[in-house]
Write a protein that binds this ligand. Sequence first.
Ligand code: AHG
Ligand code: MN
Ligand code: MN
Length: 340
Amino acid sequence: MEPVEAPAFAEKNPIVTVQQHILREQRRFPGASGEFSFLLSGITLATKMIAARVRRAGLTDTFGAEGGMNVQGEVQQKLDVYANQAMMHCLAVRESVAVLASEENEQPQIVDEGNPNSHYVVVFDPLDGSSNIDVNVSVGTTFSILKRADGATPDGGHEADVLQTGAKQVAAGYVMYGSSVMLVYTCGHGVHGFTLDPAIGAFVLSHEYIRIPKQGKYYSVNESHFESFPEPYQKFLTRIRSGELGQQYSSRYIGSMVADFHRTLLKGGIFLYPPTASNPEGKLRLLYEANPIAFITEQAGGVATDGEHRILDKVPSSIHERTSLVVGGQVEAAEFARCW
Ligand code: AHG
Ligand code: MN
Ligand code: MN
């Protein structure tokens, strides 16, 4: 039987789905079974469900507040609740998942207590940018995947599984529900982007080995808090606004971290959420917002700190703890560091 020749077009632009990409990546991990790609398929399934709900939000009873307050003390939007249910359901049925921790749940959910095949912890923000849902602005889902803590027993405590430094992440990523739906992930070998093709319902490779430009043209911060930013942030913003970084910058702020970061990743520049009077520790959550974004940033050749310290080195003390966040390309990050 003669080998079937790949059709000519396949040589130039093969259709690579995110599952195929993960399986190809997994060949780098000796002994890794398909459990990781099956886990990731839980995330792709859930985020396709969320994307479908986001796309029709105005036509179904999806806009607006659910009425409850989440553990953050924020009014839960209906889509927050739906996205959380989708992620929890699709991941809990993956045998390899031991623990799930969500921005929307006070405590982690223990899945399949005591199952020796449950190796992974998934920490996530099911819907990032909730304040933008009702006005049709891009929102996202972020996720961070860890192995269970060393020495953790199948029925051992789960706090240690969740409270690991970002440097322990085995994979991280986000899905952005924007003009197109994109999944961006890393498992430590570069950053790769997949665009959801609605015609076939698959995330297809569209951006392989994304690198953040050394210098970009945008800075991104909620300027309304400027007066309460610590002095080094004010000094940096004054410098970048006055062209002292060798070029004129534009200001862009969407108010959804995933969208503000995605632009920074592709176009370069810097995104900052500094300490403010209302959030002196910073507003963004370390485990499921800053850590996945920081892993991606560093894998793409950028820098991610809390202003002073590398995000991935921070030792979390509680699941929902907040941090300040500064992520960007090499030039802006170096200029920022010089302001301390
Ligand atoms: P979430 O919707 O998950 O609570 O996250 C919102 C976050 C983040 O997405 C964004 O960068 C930040 O809140 C915006 O905060 P401000 O509205 O204070 O600028
Ligand atoms: Mn968020
Ligand atoms: Mn959220």
